[in-house]
Design a protein around this ligand. Sequence first.
Ligand code: HEM
Length: 292
Amino acid sequence: MPHALALWRDRRGRLSPLRIATLAVLVFPAALLLLDGARGALGGRPLNEAIHRTGWWALVFLLASLAVTPLRRSGGLARLFDVRRMIGVASFCYAALHITLFVFDLKLDLVKVGTEIVSRIYLTIGFLALLGLLVLAVTSNDTMVKRLGGLRWRRLHQATFAITSLALIHFFQQTKADVTVPTLYAGLFLWLVAYRLLAARRGDAGMTPPWLAGLACVVAALVFLGEGIGIALAFRQPLAEFLPRYFGTIADLEVGFRPGWSVLIAGLAVAALDAAQRLRDRMRAVSPNSLR
Ligand code: HEM
């Protein structure tokens, strides 16, 4: 068995190109941050820029860890399962760096850090998300899976959904003006949740390309609607007047590429991968080798 910290080796101790590539992707943002910090390329408020970047990567990797299941089941990328825990733990590491930088930003004044976390609701929510990630990170190893038992471990790790919801709320609340990016991430998260709900109802075999395409359309429509309602409420516009105007502009790329389109494209891409995988399986089943 390889040493637990030899992350580039698979369970049998062999060098794993997938693990090496994943490690490189996970370490890249931290390396870039260090490099930009060293060459003074983090702007006028370097600590604040670093806080933003680390928070952003913590959330991105959290969402990526949730995307492994659909990509594995419907995207034909079964081997991704091997790196799921690694991605989840990386999310925690970026979140831990995020709060460490925050503590440095407050000049290591721990009383002030505590007061800020208690008095600002978006920080309280971020703190709860961080505690949740800590619990998941310390239980993300084979010893803890054995100790808790597979079922209890899986139930505990279902908390990833609640933690991601908290992180998204934290993201929305700290965004001052344009909420396009938080809306995009919330939309992708909605698709990830909806995928699991549909899979629980229909079973893996029932998640056919038409169902996946339908899911992408429904979730994208909800994202458009949610964004429209959000903008109307933020600008105190009457919904009945604002929504038709909003829907009239969603195809206008000069106004901006709306998050609903990105969610639709991502969902349809998974449906297309699933269709390709089924076609490949069917062709293999009728290949000359299988007739021997
Ligand atoms: C005690 C825990 C946390 C504290 C004190 C904290 C603090 C902060 C602060 C100060 C900001 C910048 C706000 C501003 O400039 O106005 C921020 C932004 C952010 N945080 Fe946190 N945070 C915490 C936990 C988390 C966690 C667990 C995540 C994700 C898993 C997260 C994700 C983010 C994101 C995505 C942003 C916005 C980044 C961007 O602008 O692109 N935070 N956080």
